[in-house]
Design a protein around this ligand. Structure first.
Ligand code: ADP
Ligand code: MG
Length: 237
């Protein structure tokens, strides 16, 4: 049932510039599900930040995005919202397994991302887990990981599950997010990240965010970004 979606998430650029959404200033002007809109409102988010205004119209129509904006500029919502909307539009359900993976360089940042999914995604029925190798033991993670729709992970811990966890299935991933991409694509994580990405389906949306816009073509090829939108904003403090 999940095999039939094809490469439908890659609209042509000429046809999809959506100037009307590019001019949006508020979340409720975007074409979002009511669940996401209500989640945002209840969490107190109304006006978009610059990176959100720049990235969301592209990410929401399925494009790959490479976004750069300094720390504190609101990059998390720039990928949490498209991830929720992607699964929502695919009518993702409890039985569909893992549909979104977010890679984060460390436990703390992964925990923060997880909290934003919980808060903004509250009205969606998706299950989510933070897979970082703390608190919950490995066995506990193994027991639940296949029932999760959204995984926020550190690369090493995800790779461990790919290797050890019986029937762990990432073959239906719709969207891969790499946060702090400059760190996650760095030498320290290279082997783990390449190994992880090699086990993910090629047809998917990929969003990369970091504080600096420096990614080499080689790094982008490693995560097979397809004709990405390059977005870089420099907001005043
Ligand atoms: P980054 O990942 O770019 O460092 P975060 O996504 O962690 O930034 O966001 C930084 C802070 O800004 C968080 O406290 C977050 O709740 C807040 N924030 C993000 N977007 C908005 C927004 N549109 N309106 C108000 N606050 C926001
Ligand atoms: Mg961040």
């Amino acid at each position: 049932k999940r095999g039939a979606k094809g490469a439908g998430g890659v609209p042509s650029k000429a046809a999809g510039e959506h100037p009307e959404y590019g001019a949006c200033a508020r979340f409720d002007e975007l074409p979002l599900s009511n669940k996401t809109k209500d989640g945002l409102r209840k969490a107190g988010y109304t006006e978009m930040s610059e990176i959100q205004r720049a990235a969301l119209p592209h990410a929401l129509c399925g494009r790959d995005v490479l976004g750069a904006a300094k720390t504190g500029s609101g990059k998390t919502l720039a990928f949490v919202i498209p991830a929720l909307e992607k699964l929502y539009r695919e009518r993702w359900g409890p039985e569909d397994g893992v549909g979104c993976i977010v890679l984060s360089p460390n436990k703390d940042l992964a925990g923060q991302i997880f909290n934003v999914f919980q808060k903004v995604g509250k009205l969606h029925g998706f299950s989510a887990a933070c897979i970082v190798g703390n608190r919950k033991g490995l066995d506990e993670e193994k027991a639940v990981i296949n029932n999760m729709n959204i995984l926020v992970c550190t690369p090493g811990r995800l790779l461990q599950h790919m290797g050890e966890t019986t029937n762990f299935d990432c073959s239906q991933i719709q969207i891969l997010v790499i946060d702090e991409a400059d760190q996650v694509l760095d030498k320290n994580f290279q082997e783990q990240v390449d190994n992880v990405v090699s086990q993910l389906p090629k047809v998917r949306q990929t969003l990369l965010f970091s504080a600096t816009q420096t990614k080499s073509v080689k790094d982008l090829a490693r995560v097979s970004l397809k004709d990405p939108e390059y977005i870089s904003v420099h907001e005043e403090a």
